[in-house]
Design a protein around this ligand. Structure first.
Ligand code: HEM
Length: 273
């Protein structure tokens, strides 16, 4: 049989180079539904896809934080831009779960037991990077040493927002000392001095580094808010006001979480520009 010179290579001594890089064999054998319901696969795969996007976004925000720390604004903005595209894809992944009826969700809901996205460690890493720190969020992960250690490290590192404010301070902005020296293991609380910094930035040159950083962070904040909101609406549609599998009050609890502004002063400053 003559080989078509345009065709791809077929013969490999061991596993394919694609497999060695992508680990598709591992990735596509990690789907173990807990019920017989044919709709559960979409729920499981969507959740896994979101975990992968969380992983990529954590990587981008860590990169952005490190670049800011090194005064490389362009490097930070490039990472934030990539994260925006990834978050748009993440948010589009709600589609398979956005139209569930309570009956459809019930077909596999009880099989989930106490399992809940609330226990997602990678989502917690995202929240930590946004400044939503909480030592108690480590508790569910005590039984998984690697995950627990990663979360503990992330708890003690400055958030992306902390790094942004430190960057602004190094470049002439009057960020309050108390904010710069805050205990980074605690939740970031909005500060009027930081709001004043952003007001000044937004009254200034649109091409300044600080202005571009403000807009890049606003984009991130909006896309996070959209994820939380889409999650809330999908949940309301699939289970109404029932309590969550994770033990919370469900939609009422998620509403409170979704109402929390990301990078708060970037939003409140807009009223004063
Ligand atoms: C229709 C599908 C879904 C429903 C009905 C639902 C429901 C809920 C509920 C009720 C909670 C509150 C905690 C609890 O008591 O369980 C929660 C939290 C959470 N869910 Fe979902 N969820 C769905 C899909 C997903 C998917 C696909 C993900 C992706 C990983 C996810 C990630 C999360 C996260 C990260 C939290 C914690 C949020 C926070 O800490 O603020 N959920 N979910």
């Amino acid at each position: 049989m003559s080989h078509d010179p345009d065709a791809p290579v077929l013969d490999f001594a061991g596993t394919t180079p694609y497999e060695d890089y992508v680990h598709a064999d591992v990735l596509t054998h990690l789907q173990h539904p807990l019920s017989d319901d044919p709709g559960e696969m979409a729920f499981l795969v969507t959740t896994q896809v979101m975990e992968l996007w969380f992983t990529a976004i954590v990587h981008e925000w860590q990169t952005a934080a490190a670049r800011l720390r090194g005064d490389d604004l362009d490097g930070a903005l490039a990472a934030l831009k990539r994260s925006g595209y990834e978050m748009t894809s993440l948010n589009a992944s709600w589609e398979p779960l956005a139209h569930l009826t309570p009956g459809q969700f019930n077909s596999y809901r009880s099989a989930l037991g106490e399992g809940s996205g609330f226990q997602s460690a990678m989502y917690r890493r995202l929240e930590f990077l946004l400044g939503e720190k909480s030592a108690s969020m480590l508790v569910p992960h005590r039984g998984t040493p690697r995950v627990h250690a990663e979360l503990e490290k992330a708890l003690h590192e400055p958030s992306l927002y902390d790094e942004a404010l430190r960057y602004l301070a190094r470049h002439g902005a009057e960020v309050p000392e108390a904010v710069l020296r805050r205990d980074v293991t605690r939740r970031y609380e909005p500060d009027p001095g930081v709001e004043a910094v952003w007001v000044r930035v937004y009254e200034g040159d649109e091409n300044s580094g600080a202005y571009r950083l403000g807009e890049a962070l606003t984009e991130v904040a909006e896309l996070v808010w959209r994820w939380r909101n889409d999650h809330l609406v999908a949940t309301r549609r699939a289970m109404g006001a029932k309590t969550g599998t994770g033990g919370s009050s469900g939609v009422a609890w998620l509403e409170k979480r979704a109402a929390k502004p990301v990078f708060p002063e970037l939003w409140t400053a807009r009223s004063h520009v």
